[in-house]
Structures are given as structure tokens and as C-alpha cells.
Design a protein around this ligand. Sequence first.
Ligand code: ZN
Ligand code: CU
Length: 490
Amino acid sequence: MAPQATTADLVIRNATIVDGTGTPARPGDVAVGADRISAVGDLSDIQGSRELDAGGAVLAPGFIDAHTHDDRAVLSDPLMSCKVSQGVTTVVTGNCGVSLAPLHVDDRPPPPLDLICETPDGFYADFGAYLDAVDADPPAVNAVAQVGHSTLRLGAMDRIDRPATVDEIRVMRGRLEKSLEGGAVGLSTGLFYPPAQAAPTEEVIEIAKGLTAFGALHTTHMRDESDHIASSIDETLRIGRAAGIPVVISHHKCAGAPNHGRSEETLALIDAGRHGQPVGLDAYPYVAGSTMLDSGRLMGASRIIVTWSTQRPEVAGRDLADIAAEMNCSMDDAVEALKPAGGVFFMMDEADVRRILAYPHTMIGSDGLPHDEHPHPRLWGTFPRVLGHYRREVGLFSLEDAVRKMTSLTARQFGLKDRGVIRAGAYADLVLFDADTIADNATFDRPKAPASGIQMVMVNGRTVWHDGAHTGDRPGRALRLQDLDPPQAA
Ligand code: ZN
Ligand code: CU
């Protein structure tokens, strides 16, 4: 055991420590030296250059947002208030098949790539250069980045409405491998979306085989999250087995009224899969999703709110049904008039959302879209909503288990070395919150409201959020594959 320091940069005293592993909360102190936690326990013999009395509040590892589209936000809005205000200290980017690298484009990229960046100058031909840009002008949070399969397709194919040829697959796999060398942590697919819809399973397998030697993982916005969800889970498991890699099912849901209640079936499929191979999943705590608006793809939603529109920016925040009624046309025709555009889709069942959130292997991921004019409230509310609404009010899980789902579980899944846990030697990514009052304030009507109850947030030993305000500090880092542990069955 290392000799205990008698001084520290900071000692946080009288905290209720919820260490992220799921073990019961315990009272204690935490000392921080430089960017790490130096000691945990009764630290009355340690003097801090700074001291903070937690007054019994909960001190937890900073939350890890398992599923984000913050690829450009970490560069264009590096304070990342939407995330640090929730206690998030690390974001996983490059999801749903879309990433800013490796790709060169000359024009506005097709949807859904435009959800992360509408202009060609935001893309990076080299993945390592993207991560270097993050480190050169760092955000307030740490970032872990994946390569998007749709991004690879756009860069390697003249047309994306067909399967890739053997040569194109070779090019994509080469670019994936070079990106992994540059620090990417995995490959995401968005087989649901037009740029990747025509990709057969075999194409994904052949590209994903590039992950195996690197110990990298694969996440997926599956081909179908509604009527054909069971075969999509099968496809995901098959890709994982064929390439010998861990897979993560993104934002797991059962969409559309005919599929409500099917999470019993889908979680059983995931459970069965986990007996033979590493399978993970994430979810956000809402019955509505959000993505691009596309006619013919309204996903059986019972209600749709427009989140942004290039043609009619003034309609952001309004119901698509009202807009269509005003225009005296069908919803699909209204979408054609608004495009490119995005929407919030009410398409899930509350019982499914609860069952999926409570499943022991489900990580919490916001899937927030940071550039939307009128975003889904998950962008600002996900983590406090899990801790306030679903943990305290609904009683879906214990405080310790809720924290585990947003910290150590996610850190293990992505191999985030020395993060997601409070122990001596781990990075000082910390959040201090009041478990009795923590609450999301972002709503579908007023989506950009910061949460209540988050008292202090620290990233790599530096305070980024205190008493309801950003400190302005930006101590985040790009976390590269080479600095991580191999992903572990979580
Ligand atoms: Zn997605
Ligand atoms: Cu997503």
C-alpha cells in the first residue's frame, strides 16, 4: 500500500460516498491530489489546501454518458453545460453510425450525419487529427470516440444505396484500423438509417473484424427497433460472434404500439446472448425518442414535436400534427416541406422503459442531440431524471444501483481505465449531489433547463460546476484506445 499523504490539494469531508460499484453508501472523506483521488475514508489526519464540507451530500464518480452525439459539441461548445450540469464528466461519441472522422465531404452531409454537423468544415479526414483537435482546445468533459459505419460508407462509396463491394469493404476496414491506431475505441453502426440501410450483415462483419485485434467494441443503432426487433437483436449478436467482439445495443427500445410490452422478449434474447458472448446495452429515461424527420419513417409515433427545420426554423418546438393541419396536408407532406429537419417521437411504452432501465446490465446514455433548436429534454435531464424520478419517486432501483449504471458499468464496458469508481488512484472525476432533491427540470416544452440538486462537479481534479454555475474550466481529455483497458463483460 502506498504511504498515505498528509496533505492534499482538496479534501471533501462529510460526504455520503456512493463509490459506483454498487456497494452500499458509506460516510467518509475523499482527498484529491492533482488529477487523481489520493485517499478515501476517515481523512481527519489529512490537511487539504482546499477543504469542502459536503454536509452529508452524496459523492459519486462523475457520470459517464454511454451514448451521445457530442462529436462536434465538444469542440464548438466546449463548456458542455448541458452535460456537466447533470454531473456528467465523460461522454461517449460517434454513435448510431455517425462520426466526424474519418471523412472528407465537399457539401452538407446527408442525414443523419447533419445531426452532428451541417457543414463540410467540421469533418476530419484523419481520426487522430480529430482527437488532437479535442485535446488542443479541450472541453469540460472527457470524450471517448467511435468511428461511424455510415461515415466510412460515405467516404468509400460513390453511392450508399447498395451493399459495399469487396474493395470498398477493404478500404473501410483499413480506415477503421487507422482510426483505432489514432485512438478510436470502436465502431458504431446505424443500420436503421438511409446511409447504411443497404449494408448487409456480412458487410458489417467484414469491417468489424478490424476491431478484433485492437480489443475494440461495436455499438449499434439496430436495423429495426419495432416489428423486427427480435431479428435485429439476432443480427447484432451474430456480428459480435462472427468478429469476436463485444457488442452494445444502443438506446434499447420497443417502438410503436404493436410492440409495446415486448421488452420481456427482447431482454430475454439479450440474456440468452450474454451466456455465450459479451453483450451490453444502454437506454435513456423517456418514452419519446428523437432523430431526423423523414417522410414515410414516422415510426408509428403517437405524437411528434419538431426539434429543428432548415426550411422553416420558426416551427421548432411545435407539434407536427398542428403544422400539417395548418398547411392542410398530411404529416408526410409537412415533413417534406420542413426537411432537413428533426423531431421528437413519442413511440414507447412506460412499462418497457422501466423494465429496460431496471435490467441490471443497462447503462444510462442520453442520446441527446446538442445542436437541435428545441432539443429532446434528455440532452439536459437524463441523469438527474434517473436519480430523481426513477430512483427516488418510482423506486425502480436503489441509489447505489442507479449510480452504478451511470459509472462503473459504463467504464467497464468501454474500458475506461481508473474511471467510474471512487477509490484511491482513480481519476478525480466526481459529482456531489443532494439525493433528496436531485431532479431533471428539462421538459418537452422547456427542454434546455439545467437540473436541480447538483452541487459540484469535478473532472480530472478540477471543478467545472459549482452551486448551479459553470466555473469556465475545461479540464477534459480525449481518451484514446491506447490509454484504456480492454472492454470487459459488464
Ligand atoms: Zn441511434
Ligand atoms: Cu444515437
